[in-house]
Design a protein around this ligand. Structure first.
Ligand SMILES: [Zn+2]
Length: 96
């Protein structure tokens, strides 16, 4: 049976690769992980690939909230370097 993509979560798959709980959290907060809750800090998403559209939206939003790259990494599992690369690309495109 397919289960939630969040490392350490054993609940069954519901949507977007996540269980119902993580999916609901994403709907509410824009990230499946609880920002600032120690339980989830440093948990990496094991489905992480090059950033998709959702990642980009999320990162843009977190950057707009002045979150640091490290904080974004903790909150979303998107690596520091991936975020940095994204920001460079956005700047080159005149977006950020
Ligand atoms: Zn889950």
């Amino acid at each position: 049976m397919k289960s939630c993509a969040i490392e350490g979560c054993e609940r069954k798959h519901h949507a977007r690769g996540w269980c119902h709980t993580h999916y609901e959290h994403w709907l509410k907060y824009g990230t499946p992980l609880a920002v600032g809750r120690s339980k989830f800090i440093n948990v990496r998403l094991n489905f992480r690939q090059p950033m998709d559209e959702w990642d980009e939206r999320t990162v843009r939003r977190l950057l707009a909230q002045r979150m640091s790259y490290r904080a974004i990494q903790r909150a979303t599992g998107i690596g520091y370097n991936t975020v940095a690369r994204f920001v460079r690309r956005e700047r080159a495109n005149g977006v950020l």
